[in-house]
Design a binder for this molecule. Structure first.
Ligand SMILES: Cc1ncc(COP(=O)(O)O)c(C=O)c1O
Length: 399
């Protein structure tokens, strides 16, 4: 059966391991890095690695090394994480989510590295300028532009809710405010097109919804390109040419790489190819991370109960947030129970023994690392290293 050889490999690797355990397949990870980086490199752009989608220093370092000169640095998700990574030796960081309470940590990170922060409001500027003064540092500031699509400028908001800045004029006005503040330096523009990068358009059994998502992507693409271009041009005209212009994500990496306005493209989830990224047209990635549960009971001939498993993803609650059955191929979750707090029943016609591992994939790439202390890093059928996650190192950066 499809996947049997892979299941047997992982089964051999996991023999003697305590379960639940999370694993990363290095060959698959390397293949994904090569595939995602190729169009960025070919377009002469740089890669920024989204740490939220890895949350494991060894894996972050591995991706950076494999991407070589194409990698410019890291996109981080919390100020404490940014400061910690800067102390650990990271040289180029962009915290892509604003903070007011932790502005001091961002300023402090600039003692060791270029640690920029994305912002979108006058309040952010005030707090950051005060933090920069306290730290005696200069903080590079990036302005986050809302890339969502609103047909006819009104109507439904197609995209995520991040920045209120929707025009090049809005952005330049804030850039001027930043440039006029001691301790702050205008560094660039962030325009993340979530409705293209982060929405699956090839989900099985959702043909109608896929068609709608494809239409949204096709219509919003010209808007994204035009707004990013206009922002860059308006800054240049104001004498504030951006050092970096960041956009893209796993689901749009190849497309974003061809946007002349961007200097760099962010990718994170695609390296591990978490479950939600199965549902993108034309995105060919190999599942590179998962978690194994132990089969502990057989309450019916075709039902097995596994220990643990309730690793449900963030986002709007829906079945696609559940762990995806992976190996051995062909098992399903039970609609009545899903992935449970302590036990997860599965249905399969295969004959499994009590104690066997059953593998799932998390819907999102980074969140699995919040449930485990380490990834078992596998090559072939062997565990070649144990990579501590942020959690395993004692960090809980957004909690
Ligand atoms: C600012 C920004 N850029 C890029 C991404 C894409 O990350 P990934 O490749 O993990 O989907 C995200 C994801 O939320 C993001 O917030």
């Amino acid at each position: 059966m499809a996947g049997d050889e892979q299941y047997e490999r992982y089964r051999r690797a996991l023999a003697g391991e305590r379960l639940p355990a999370a694993l990363v397949d290095l060959d698959a990870l390397d293949a994904n890095v090569d595939r995602l980086v190729a169009p960025i490199r070919a377009a002469g752009k740089r890669l920024r690695v989204a740490t939220k989608s890895l949350r494991c220093p060894e894996l972050i370092d591995h991706v950076l090394e494999r991407a070589g000169q194409t990698a410019i640095g890291l996109m981080t998700y919390s100020a404490a994480e940014t400061a910690w990574l800067a102390e650990r030796g990271a040289r180029d960081l962009l915290l892509a989510y604003p903070t007011l309470r932790d502005a001091d940590l961002v300023a402090a990170a600039n003692r060791h590295a270029t640690a920029a922060i994305a912002i979108d409001a006058a309040e952010h500027v005030e707090v950051l300028a005060a933090a920069a003064a306290r730290a005696g540092a200069t903080v590079p500031v990036v302005i986050d532009v809302d890339m969502s699509y609103r047909p006819l400028g009104r109507g439904p908001h197609l995209g995520v809710r991040r920045s209120p800045l929707r025009s090049a004029d809005d952005v330049v006005a804030l850039a001027r405010a930043i440039a006029g503040r001691a301790g702050l330096r205008f560094h660039g523009v962030l325009g993340y097109e979530a409705q293209i990068a982060g929405l699956g358009d090839a989900a099985p059994a959702q043909r109608a919804q896929n068609a709608v998502v494809r239409a949204i992507k096709a219509r919003s693409a010209p808007h994204v390109l035009a707004l990013r271009r206009a922002s860059v041009d308006a800054h240049a005209a104001a004498g504030l040419a951006p050092t970096i212009v960041n956009g893209g994500g796993t689901g749009s990496a190849a497309w974003s790489a061809r946007d002349p306005a961007l200097t760099e493209v962010t990718v994170g989830s695609g390296f591990l190819a978490s479950g939600l990224f199965d549902d993108y047209r034309g995105l060919l990635l190999e599942p590179a991370a998962g978690f194994a549960l132990e089969v502990v009971r057989r309450p019916a001939p075709d039902i097995y109960t596994c220990l643990g498993g309730g690793f449900v993803a963030s986002g709007a609650p829906a079945p696609d947030r559940l762990p995806r059955p992976w190996l051995p191929a062909g098992f399903t979750l039970l609609g009545t129970e899903g992935a449970g707090e302590v036990q997860t029943p599965i249905r399969t016609r295969r004959d499994l023994a009590l104690g066997d591992p059953v593998l799932f994939r998390h819907a999102k790439a980074g969140e699995l690392a919040e449930h485990v202390r380490e990834y078992l890093v596998i090559r072939g059928d062997r565990v070649v290293s144990r990579a501590a996650t942020y959690r395993g190192l004692g960090h809980c950066f957004l909690g």
